[in-house]
Design a binder for this molecule. Structure first.
Ligand code: NDP
Length: 447
């Protein structure tokens, strides 16, 4: 069968088996659309039905999360963990707490995670979890009770050699701490079962910074290949969470100027450059909204709604908030304003139509599974440190992170060239990530 007939048949099966899961469909389609050249070169993948197996999670766990709020009212949320693929190691991927979470989002993220983890070169399979719980506006005690209830069920399914969750949207150091405490209490073991832990109890230096720093390291490689650098560049960033904050920090360290930050309510534009201390204080310490920024910095402007961020003139754009936040219209604005490169800090923030606009206009576009792999890479390093019962210095961990991001860039660029799609980093990342997983699946027999 011709490669495109194979991928089409797999995609149709995905639509049939997973109705209504539009984000999962989108993520699968993006990958399948790139794999034709790999299937032609490796007919053994087709014969072994590797693709059919890849799109079907090894295990999906859905569970009730009952908890009590501060008023004493009983609340019920839904929790889930999708253990997608373990060909390369224990399932690894974050947990997201956000009201929009449903199985389609967890599956899209878990599917992306398989190839992303493969690209890092570390031994990690792919998985993802989450809940429709909204931590916003909840007290610390409420968040703790929710996390404890969530982990009471999840702890049956995870373990340091089985499945090692981490944070994602709505899950930071506070939530990881509460979940780790509950795991330890129920299982009576102190193991590296979660990453993103506090530095005093098994966390890794650089994990907090890793995704944002890694994004900027890989985009720096992209710029270097164009004979350019971040120095003197104007950069737009969306979001003001973990990824956004440390992307801004690294761009500033490399001499660029980030002029935007946002949250789900609105956008701040600061022509003098975003003052990161203020953003950290507002978001990491006080858990306030980004609009408070303009009460402190009078030159900055706040706009309700966050889509306008892509209308701000920039050389490099780094979407770091959430999926599908940058559409075709936004992509056209970036092209019109002279943007030269886009790197996805978030998972799938650019719609397929936006990516097409970038490719048509020769904007260098680095997809999330390569660009934001720094977070899971340092999570993998945290697992390694936990196994050895040691902790590395900031410098050593940061330098490992940088090496991994450079390696991801090189393998992405080379795979694109080798498979006849030079400069297309979407194809390059998908093929480079996929071939490694496919070879491991072939070697491990029909499982
Ligand atoms: P955080 O929860 O720390 O921050 C998320 C940011 O995005 C917040 O500013 C949030 O605003 C904004 N946001 C969330 N949902 C929406 C929405 N629907 N519309 C507009 N803005 C929104 O999450 P992270 O920074 O950890 O994650 C951001 C992205 O990066 C996600 O796609 C995640 O999957 C991805 N990622 C994260 C990694 C990590 O290590 N943290 C690793 C790899 C990928 P508000 O506060 O208003 O909700």
């Amino acid at each position: 069968m011709a490669a495109n007939n194979v991928t089409q048949a797999v995609y149709e099966q995905v639509l049939k088996r997973n109705p209504g899961e539009s984000e999962f469909h989108q993520a699968v389609k993006e990958v399948l659309d790139c794999l034709g050249p790999a299937l032609e070169k490796h007919p053994e993948y087709v014969e072994a039905r590797i693709l059919d197996r890849l799109v079907e999670p090894e295990r999906q766990i859905i569970f009730r999360v009952p908890w009590q709020d501060d008023k004493g009212t009983f609340q019920v949320n839904r929790g889930m963990r999708v253990e997608f693929n373990s060909a390369l190691g224990p399932y690894k991927g974050g947990i997201r707490f956000h009201p929009s979470v449903y199985l389609g989002i967890v599956k899209f993220l878990g599917f992306e995670q398989i190839l992303k983890n493969s690209l890092t070169g570390l031994m990690m399979g792919g998985g993802k979890g989450g809940s429709d719980f909204d931590p916003k506006g909840k007290s610390d005690a409420e968040v703790m009770r929710f996390c404890q209830s969530f982990m009471t069920e999840l702890c049956r399914h995870i373990g340091p050699d089985t499945d090692v969750p981490a944070g994602d949207i709505g899950v930071g150091g506070r939530e990881i701490g509460f979940m780790f405490g509950q795991y330890k209490r129920i299982r009576n073991e102190f193991t590296g079962v979660l990453t993103g832990k506090g530095l005093d109890w098994g966390g890794s230096l650089v994990r907090t910074e890793a995704t944002g720093y890694g994004l900027v390291y890989i985009m720096d490689e992209v710029l270097k290949d164009m004979g350019q650098s971040f120095d003197g560049k104007t950069v737009t960033v969306s979001g003001s969470g973990n990824v956004a904050i440390y992307a801004i920090e690294k761009v500033h360290q490399l001499g660029g100027k980030v002029v935007t930050a946002s949250d789900s309510n609105g956008l701040v534009y600061d022509p003098d450059g975003i003052k990161l201390d203020t953003v950290k204080q507002l978001k990491e310490v006080e858990r306030k909204r980004i609009k408070e920024y303009v009460t402190i910095h009078k030159n900055a402007k706040y706009t309700e709604g966050c889509t306008d961020v892509w209308g701000v003139k920039c050389d490099v754009a780094l979407p770091c908030a959430t999926q599908n936040e940058l559409d075709e219209e936004a992509a056209r604005k970036l092209v019109k304003n002279g943007c030269v490169a886009v790197g996805e800090g978030a998972n799938m923030p650019c719609t397929p139509e936006a990516v097409e606009v970038f490719h048509e206009n020769n904007i260098l576009f680095m997809p999330g599974k390569a660009a934001n792999a720094g977070g899971v890479a340092v999570s993998g390093l945290e697992m390694a440190q936990n196994s050895q019962r040691i902790g590395w210095t900031f410098e050593k961990t940061d330098s490992e992170l940088k090496n991994i991001m450079v390696t991801i860039y090189n393998s992405t660029r080379q795979a694109a060239e080798e498979y006849g799609c030079k400069g297309n980093f979407v194809a390059g990342a998908n093929i480079a990530g996929f071939t490694k997983v496919a070879n491991a699946m072939l070697a491990q027999g029909l499982v």
